[in-house]
Design a protein around this ligand. Structure first.
Ligand code: ADP
Ligand code: ASP
Ligand code: MG
Length: 423
């Protein structure tokens, strides 16, 4: 983001932070305290629905029809945030602070029409800035948008983070604070591993990888917005007092701002994928292309791919796909089986993808060796592998997920530093 920043901060509070009325009161206190300490800095608040509310709405829709219509699903899902913004605005007004709740159509958060996974296209920054300059705290519904037809859209689960960072980018805010239920970004999910360490600074590239590989503390697209528009971004706890480096808060920064580049910054996991193996299929490139085009035609996202030759001209092809699409993927491949010359198609839903992420991997060799040694010590078998410049992911049986996370975390959390000159 070029040019001056406006004297505005964006504060986003997640589901647990607004989980009940007493917590909403606590959020109002945080906003009031900020206004009292820094009266010249405007505040824009972005809220999630109360914890568990969006899950309940999803379940409600599915109890009504098996495949809810996406447009109607968005009308339903967006209702959770409507409740919290109204309640917080009421509390702020009661405390003598001018506040106004805004739904996406009022804040003019324009998106495309990709219902349940819409992308933000623009935000009316002038309107929000004008409210702030009148001394009003806009309390904006996260997670929702409006398309060109005026229909309500939602941004994908966890999407309030995206709303917050996109607003911060649009109004050129000084800082975007993501208040949540843990004190920042940790070296692994603090709920899975008690040795997880708070990270004081993590760079955008690492955070993008960590988020997309399972660290749900930030939505991947919010990190992308922060990187693209240079939004100063902090993750901190709603419940542990103000921002105190090392105790409460993680800055998401540009790589150049990192003093130290650990080989591995974080260990993450996902358990929402399934593995499908097409056995003994023809290795012919035309047949491969046919299989992938058919999956793409059905909008099935493919994550990991590996191929193992079994005998002349035949391979076992393994893929991972989102678990929610795995049955469609399985049926598609079974239907194509005879045409591909496959001898069978198998599915395994009891898998976990465990990943190590770190910018220092660019400058170090030997990470794979350490990953395999650590997993071998616990006799954890790996079925698939995926690497990029700053991450390595392994697929393991789901029952070993937590152990794999812990051993890899323990293996790498000596946080060996690199200056980038050792390759
Ligand atoms: P919110 O409702 O505030 O948006 P989320 O539940 O979306 O909160 O994200 C916070 C959760 O992310 C934490 O409770 C934690 O269990 C989980 N998490 C996963 N990986 C990490 C990590 N590396 N660092 C911090 N939290 C993590
Ligand atoms: N309420 C939405 C969800 O649960 C958005 C969010 O919390 O960020 O996914
Ligand atoms: Mg979240």
């Amino acid at each position: 983001m070029s040019g001056e920043r406006a004297p505005i901060v964006v504060m986003k509070f997640g589901g647990t932070s607004v989980g009940d009325v007493s917590r909403i009161q606590h959020v109002a206190d945080i906003v009031a305290e900020h206004r009292r300490r820094l009266p010249d800095v405007g505040v824009i608040v972005v809220l999630s629905a109360m914890a568990g509310e969006t899950n309940k709405l999803v379940a409600l829709a599915k109890s009504c029809v098996e495949r809810p219509n996406p447009r109607e699903m968005d009308v339903l899902l967006a209702s959770g945030e409507q409740i919290t913004i109204a309640l917080l605005a009421m509390r702020l007004i009661e405390a003598g602070i001018s506040a106004k709740s805004l739904l996406a159509q009022q804040a003019q958060i324009a998106t495309n029409s990709e219902h349940t996974n819409a992308l933000i296209e623009s935000i009316d920054a002038d309107q929000l800035s004008a409210l702030v300059s009148q001394g009003i705290v806009p309390v904006v519904a996260g997670f929702q948008g409006v398309d060109e037809r005026g229909d309500i859209t939602t941004l994908g689960r966890g999407g309030s983070d995206i709303t917050a960072v996109a607003i911060a980018a649009a109004v050129k805010a000084q800082t975007c604070f993501i208040y949540t239920d843990v004190p920042g970004v940790f070296s692994t999910d603090p709920r899975t591993c008690k040795n997880a360490k708070l990270i004081e600074r993590v760079c955008h590239e690492e955070m993008l990888e960590m988020a997309s590989l399972g660290a749900k503390v930030l939505h991947t697209r919010s990190v992308y917005f922060a990187m693209r528009y240079e939004v100063p971004l902090v993750v901190l706890s709603t419940f542990e007092g103000p921002f105190i480096p090392g105790k409460n808060g993680t800055w998401i920064v540009a790589e150049e701002e990192l003093m130290e580049k650990p080989i591995v910054t974080g260990v993450t996991y996902r358990t929402d994928e399934a593995r499908i193996v097409v056995e003994g299929m023809s290795a012919d490139i035309g047949k491969m292309s046919r299989l992938f085009s058919e999956l793409s035609r059905k909008n099935i996202f493919i994550d990991m791919i590996s191929q193992e030759s079994i005998d002349s001209g035949a391979v076992n092809l393994s893929l991972t796909v989102p678990d929610e699409n795995s049955l469609t993927a399985l049926e598609t491949m079974q239907a194509l089986g005879p045409e591909l010359g496959a001898s069978g198609v198998k599915i395994d839903r009891d898998i976990a993808k465990v990943s190590v992420v770190g910018i220092g991997m660019r400058y170090h060799t030997g990470v794979a060796a350490r990953v395999f040694e650590a997993l071998a010590r616990e006799r954890i078998g790996v079925t698939m592998i995926n690497t990029s410049e700053i991450k390595m992911s392994v697929l393991v049986p789901r029952k070993y997920c937590e152990v794999a996370v812990r051993v890899l975390h323990d293996e790498f959390t000596d946080f060996q530093l690199t200056t980038g000159e050792e390759r």
